[in-house]
Ligand binder design. Structure first.
Ligand code: NAP
Ligand code: MG
Length: 402
């Protein structure tokens, strides 16, 4: 069979630890034998980020703006322990944070549903897609430790020099403060990305904040969503037979648990971070969650929702066998290849992505899976495969389909 050609490069962002190992296996076994893979490669592994003073991360985000579609491997966000482990010049920021700040946009995360992996929540029948606002709030916050008695205020200085002040607290002793921000423009694009994604996927969309307590900050999110919905989307939603629904975050949490799924849950940045891990875990596994950053200009960055699986990597380094689930990373590639195909009118590439996804799901449903899934599956007589053999089993299925 002739290899599938690609006209436009895909931005490839390599990463760290166990996922970097899986990355190479996926390319070698599932992509390179079938596609003339055309990528512009950026090494976001921590060593090279350190070497380039993190410039490589910025360059990879800029390349995403140029070509439109990227696929990213999980990366280490340095902490104190990593400073010593990698002998870092600086505690570099989270690459995802940097990329999101450059591309703006919204992160959509949806579980990959397979027979035999049943959600912990009995009522859930369909996927719940979390739409996470990817800009600002606590991720772009400034913080201060208050050493003792004194007054803390928020000060806004307009360009003409006039000041507006709001008291945070009159401290009597030690404490802490935090200042965070968001931008109307970013919230507007968040709203539009969510409404567009709802129309694209024909699903209802829920949005929730704590506007009863946060009467200016969270309330602004609520107002902007409502305004944009009323002006631009109401008619389109009615025509598509879908709904926009706003409620308080605590009410949303209760409703989500009682629901049967099948909708998009739009969350502010922090809520989306936390809730997507909860939803992923309750659907079966963090390793079965896809994630895509969609920018308001229509740039796409696909990745797995989990981290670099450090514990497995250390086992791998010791020469021990690992059974790390590569499904979310495979789906990051298929998502990116399908989108690239869609934008380039490359039908063959889109069909390949569909087949690779089907081959992956079929492999699990036939009882061949990694250990994390074997522990929770309702299927009987399963075969637990190591990291490499799972990918090889997917390849066998894929070859039968091509
Ligand atoms: P993690 O890599 O997601 O792993 C947490 C645990 O979840 C693992 O120890 C493993 O459990 C299980 N797990 C996650 N993915 C799995 C997979 N594909 N297959 C099988 N089991 C899987 O999170 P972490 O340990 O908190 O973070 C490790 C590093 O990843 C950190 O340096 C962090 O900064 C980074 N991180 C990156 C991203 C990103 O790039 N998007 C996201 C999150 C974290 P068992 O050990 O019990 O098997
Ligand atoms: Mg998180």
């Amino acid at each position: 069979m002739a290899k599938i050609k690609m006209t436009t490069p895909l931005v490839e962002m390599d990463g760290d630890e166990m996922t970097r190992i899986l990355w190479k296996m996926i390319k070698d076994e599932l992509l390179l034998p079938f596609i003339e893979l055309n990528t512009e490669y950026y090494d976001l592994g921590l060593e090279y980020r350190n070497e380039t003073n993190d410039q490589v991360t910025v360059d990879s985000a800029e390349a995403t703006k140029k070509y439109g579609v990227a696929v990213k491997c999980a990366t280490i966000t340095p902490n104190a322990a990593r400073m010593t482990e990698y002998n870092l010049k600086e505690m570099w920021k989270s690459p995802n944070g940097t990329i999101r700040a450059i591309l703006d946009g919204t992160v959509f995360r949806a579980p990959i549903i397979v027979k035999g992996i049943e959600p912990t929540v009995r009522t859930w029948k369909k996927p719940i897609t979390i739409a996470r606002h990817a800009y600002g709030d606590v991720y772009k916050g400034s913080e201060m430790k208050i050493p003792g008695a004194g007054k803390a205020e928020i000060v806004y200085t307009a360009e003409d020099g006039t000041e507006t002040r709001e008291l945070i607290h009159n401290f009597k002793g030690k404490g802490i403060v935090q200042g965070m921000h968001n931008l109307d423009e970013s919230i507007e694009s968040f709203a539009r990305s969510c409404f567009n994604y709802a129309l694209d996927t024909k699903q209802d969309i829920w949005f929730a904040t704590k506007d009863t307590i946060s009467k200016k900050y969270d309330h602004t999110f609520k107002d902007i969503f409502q305004e944009i919905y009323d002006k631009e989307y109401d008619a389109k939603f009615k025509a598509a037979g879908i709904e926009y629904f706003y409620t308080l975050i605590d009410d949303a949490v209760a409703r989500v648990i009682r629901s049967e799924g099948g909708y998009i849950w739009a969350c502010k940045n922090y809520d989306g971070d936390v809730m997507s891990d909860m939803v992923a875990t309750a659907f079966g596994s963090l390793a079965m969650m896809t994630s895509v950053l969609v920018s308001p200009q229509g740039y796409y960055e696909y990745e797995a929702a989990h981290g670099t699986v450090q514990r497995h990597y250390y086992k791998h380094l010791k020469g021990e066998e690992t059974s790390t689930n590569s499904v979310a990373t495979i789906f990051a590639w298929t998502g990116a290849l399908r989108k690239r195909g869609e934008l380039d009118g490359n039908k063959e590439l889109m069909e390949f992505a569909d087949k690779l996804e089907k081959a992956t799901i079929d492999t699990i449903e036939s009882g061949k899976m990694t250990k994390d899934l074997a522990l929770i599956t309702t299927l009987e007589n399963v075969t637990v495969l190591n990291s490499e053999n799972f990918i090889k089993a997917v390849r066998e299925n894929l070859e039968k389909m091509l």
